[in-house]
Design a protein around this ligand. Structure first.
Ligand code: PAF
Length: 280
């Protein structure tokens, strides 16, 4: 496995791979890899000759009071895990390499960002779309693999690929969970012991919401009320709880078709997100 820190060398490697007819699978990450990332790398490994994983904590997608400085980082551990999962190249650029000067232009996402995390993290998806566009240009993958936990991110990236006719296929893979159901996330390390024990109630609440809908309840407000009553018992604070059509992310009073039930919840030092997608 190679670690590449410059855009020029990364491009050289991709050009070489393309010349010999290899396909490229890409997993973009911000590092501090967990099993969710590893399952994406394994999925890429199954389908592609060359598997590239990027590790880059992208300053553009963090708001002024967010956790950019303290975002967990451990490159040696990431290197070991990425290698075990079948990575060929880790692309590990510095901020200086990716943004040698203030960006003269960025992508501004218009659709699908006034709800969910887009509403509570203004500008976040502009930063995500901008860095993913850059990474796609540098790595030129055939397929890029993303986790379902960040469902809104997937919707934004799919829209970007379609809007700019990018020659890459976006693959969404299921959320990987701890034994008690908590979605794996690099930010879970911020939880206190007590918060960690409690946090599985987020997924349980999503499952309960899904069960209520499956049992025939189509009224959005009634489902949300029952779920909210449960979340109110937690020691943290609810950021949002919502049900929207998926992937269009529209709000409808009556639940039909493909829908996403989504939660964002604040603990002392971590904001956790999770979701459940079902047919109503
Ligand atoms: O999901 C993430 O880790 C990041 O948002 C991504 C896609 C790597 C862009 O920085």
């Amino acid at each position: 496995m190679k670690v590449i820190e410059t855009i020029a060398e990364m491009r050289q490697q991709v050009t070489l791979a393309r010349k010999t007819g290899q396909t490229v699978g890409f997993v973009p990450t911000m590092g501090f890899l967990h099993e969710g990332h590893l399952s994406l790398i394994e999925a890429a490994r199954e389908k592609h000759d060359l598997v590239v994983v990027s590790i880059f904590v992208n300053p553009l997608q963090f708001g002024p009071n967010e956790d950019l400085e303290r975002y967990p980082r451990d490159f040696e551990r990431d290197e070991r895990l990425a290698k075990q999962a079948g990575t060929d190249i880790i692309f590990y650029p510095s901020v200086q390499e990716m943004y040698p000067e203030a960006m003269p232009m960025t992508i501004h996402v218009i659709k699908g960002v006034d709800v969910l995390c887009g509403a509570s993290r203004p500008g976040h998806f502009d930063g995500v779309a901008t860095v993913v566009m850059k990474l796609f240009q540098i790595i030129q993958p055939d397929k890029a693999f993303f986790g379902q936990k960040d469902a809104q991110q997937i919707a934004v990236i799919m829209n970007m690929v379609s809007a700019f006719n990018l020659p890459v296929q976006v693959i969404a893979r299921p959320t990987i969970r701890e034994e008690d159901g908590l979605a794996k996330s690099s930010r879970n390390v911020y939880l206190s012991e007590q918060e960690r024990q409690e946090a599985s109630f987020l997924y349980e609440t999503l499952q309960i919401g899904a069960e209520i809908i499956k049992s025939g309840e189509k009224n959005r407000d009634r489902v949300l009320d029952q779920m909210k009553a449960r979340l109110d018992k937690g020691s943290g604070q609810l950021d949002y709880l919502t049900i929207l059509s998926f992937p269009s992310l529209n709000e409808t009073k009556t639940l039909t078709g493909s829908i996403i039930i989504a939660i964002a919840y604040f603990y002392q030092n971590a904001r956790l997100i999770d979701n459940y997608i079902i047919e109503a």
